[in-house]
Design a protein around this ligand. Structure first.
Ligand code: MG
Ligand code: MG
Length: 238
């Protein structure tokens, strides 16, 4: 899973370098495909329930699952969430980031920073002795303390020989602490944080999820293993 995670990290760095005003989301998908091909990795996004690309590209008020297209061109001041995955030797990696296109507003910068902080607060909970829903409770606390809301309808997940394994990992406190965390478990933690209300709406393409109130949304994700001495983030460079 480390090997798969390294490939996902490279998809992140290469697509980050390609994000600029005027780029299309189809061009970003092609950059990510190039990394998969060079590393001999398979895509876990392509053909997933019919998804037509190797990354999801979700600008501005789009929360997740946006479909890359030649007609979607990024503009100065946009924010873009890019979610990538890879399979190596049957094992999966899955991670997402959100960044600005050119220069962005201070409000948008803050949303991205707080969303990243909420992910790291969740990761800090990932050690033996804690329970699964402690992760989302920590995510929610950081996001809401900043005046934002966390999405309820889409959640993180266990990951291994499939991208989406049970159990799910909510990004909020569901009112109980859930199952015990054990060394050897691996989860994809992925806060989706809205500047406004938490509600979501699915667009007619059957994939794209946007904020119901039109507010900006950020999404960040890592694949993290729980080891005897604490969490190891797998979707980072070696
Ligand atoms: Mg993902
Ligand atoms: Mg995921």
């Amino acid at each position: 899973m480390r090997k798969a995670g390294r490939v996902v990290a490279e998809m992140h760095s290469k697509t980050r370098e390609a994000v600029r005003p005027g780029v299309t989301t189809a061009e970003l998908d092609a950059v990510a495909r190039g990394v998969l091909d060079r590393r001999g990795a398979k895509s876990n996004f392509l053909n997933y329930h019919g998804f037509p690309a190797v990354i999801c590209t979700s600008p501005n008020d789009m929360i997740v699952h946006g479909i890359p297209a030649p007609s979607v061109r990024l503009d100065e001041g946009d924010i873009i969430s890019i979610d990538c995955g890879a399979i190596i030797e049957g094992y999966h990696g899955d991670a997402a980031y959100t960044m600005g296109v050119g220069s962005i507003s201070a409000d948008a910068e803050r949303l991205i920073r707080v969303t990243e902080e909420s992910l790291w607060a969740g990761i800090e909970m990932m050690h033996e002795g804690n329970r699964l829903y402690d992760i989302g409770a920590a995510v929610q606390k950081v996001a809401e303390a900043a005046g934002y809301s966390v999405v309820r309808e889409y959640v993180g997940h266990a990951i291994g020989t499939a991208m989406h394994e049970d159990p799910q990992v909510p990004n909020y406190d569901p009112g109980s602490r859930g199952p015990k965390l054990r060394s050897g478990m691996v989860f994809a933690i992925e806060p989706m944080v809205n500047m406004g209300r938490p509600g979501t709406r699915l667009l007619d393409d059957g994939w794209s999820v946007v904020t119901a109130d039109g507010s900006l949304s950020a999404h960040v994700e890592h694949t993290i293993a729980i080891l005897d001495d604490g969490p190891e983030v797998l979707t980072v460079p070696d």
